[in-house]
Design a protein around this ligand. Structure first.
Ligand code: CP
Length: 308
């Protein structure tokens, strides 16, 4: 594949290849071996939406592999003078860029870009569509702790409707063999989501005890159209992960959150900072997953350039 646009189109063995490759990079980094897999490769980070984790992680992953990096944010760029999205990308590509990492508020923006440029595209989150490297790093973190997904239940809690993380988690985890439950108020569960192979629950307490891992999605206040129902206080009461719920869950349940977290809404600080929390482990693992994705796509890009 030339691009990483989402996990929907990836086969199980392709997902496993990325996770295995990430595990190799994790081992190499622990032994502090200097890596140069991307020497001579130029990676551009094009972020049209805010980011802390993903942008920093991609940038660091590229540098750890010896690539040159360019960081572009829409604010302060010629986008403010009316330059189009495609013209912006073509301009950056013309500087000799091999791989473009892109975050955009419009679903499908990375796919559209992939039809206009020769370089490889990595989707770093497009609107409510997909966030493939988040889905991969979540799966990596769970697989590392659970061993395998066979017979395991992963519950995604919260704003499924607006969550690109939920979609990428669903594609990855169902393909890897997990039972996936999506749980949230009816207003935040998209109709027909069962067709993606998941089970729907509207009461968190009903699915708490069977969950081996719980991924707490952020309530995306910025993507809510009109009234948000239930209220934030009701949401925290009905769907928030707190100390009481943790005591009723499996003792070793993994608590994940893609971040940024709304402390006191989807998760209370004692759980976010407690022993079951994988939140910072997810961030650390994200680096290795992105190293793997960048390396695999750079290799493919090199094959294509040699064939031209
Ligand atoms: N999880 C995630 O995508 O975080 P950022 O928005 O900070 O990149």
């Amino acid at each position: 594949r030339r691009h990483l646009l989402g996990l929907q189109d990836l086969q199980r063995d392709e997902i496993e290849l990325i996770l295995d490759h990430a595990a190799e990079f994790k081992k190499l980094q622990q032994s502090r071996v200097k890596l140069d897999h991307l020497r001579g490769v130029v990676v551009a980070n094009l972020f049209f939406e805010p980011s802390t984790r993903t942008r920093t992680s991609f940038s660091l992953a590229a540098k750890r592999l010896g690539a040159d990096t360019v960081d572009f944010t829409a604010s302060g760029s010629s986008v403010s003078k009316g330059e189009t999205f495609i013209d912006t990308a073509l301009t950056i590509e013309a500087m000799g860029v091999d791989l473009v990492v892109i975050r955009h508020s419009s679903p499908g923006a990375p796919e559209m870009l992939s039809r206009h440029v020769k370089c490889g595209i990595l989707n770093a989150g497009d609107g409510t569509h997909e966030h493939p490297t988040q889905g991969l790093l979540d799966a990596f973190t769970m697989r590392e702790k659970l061993g395998s997904f066979e017979g395991k239940t992963v519950t995604l809690v919260g704003d499924i409707k607006h969550s690109r993380v939920a979609r990428s988690n669903i594609w990855a985890l169902t393909k890897l063999g997990a039972k996936v439950i999506v749980c949230g108020p009816a207003t935040l569960i998209p109709p027909g989501v069962e067709r993606l192979g998941v089970t729907v629950a509207h009461r968190f307490d009903d699915v708490l005890q069977e969950s081996d891992a719980i991924n707490l999605l952020r309530v995306q206040f910025e993507r809510q159209r009109g009234a948000f129902f239930p209220s934030i206080a009701e949401y925290a009461h009905l769907f928030g992960m707190n100390g009481d719920r943790l005591r009723r869950a499996k003792p070793n349940v993994l608590i994940l959150a893609p971040g940024p977290i709304n402390r006191g809404v989807e998760i209370t600080p004692d759980v976010a900072d407690g022993p079951n929390s994988q939140i910072l482990q997810q961030v650390s693992n994200g680096l290795f997953v992105r190293m793997a994705c960048l390396h695999l796509l750079a290799r493919r890009q090199q094959q294509l350039q040699e064939a031209r």
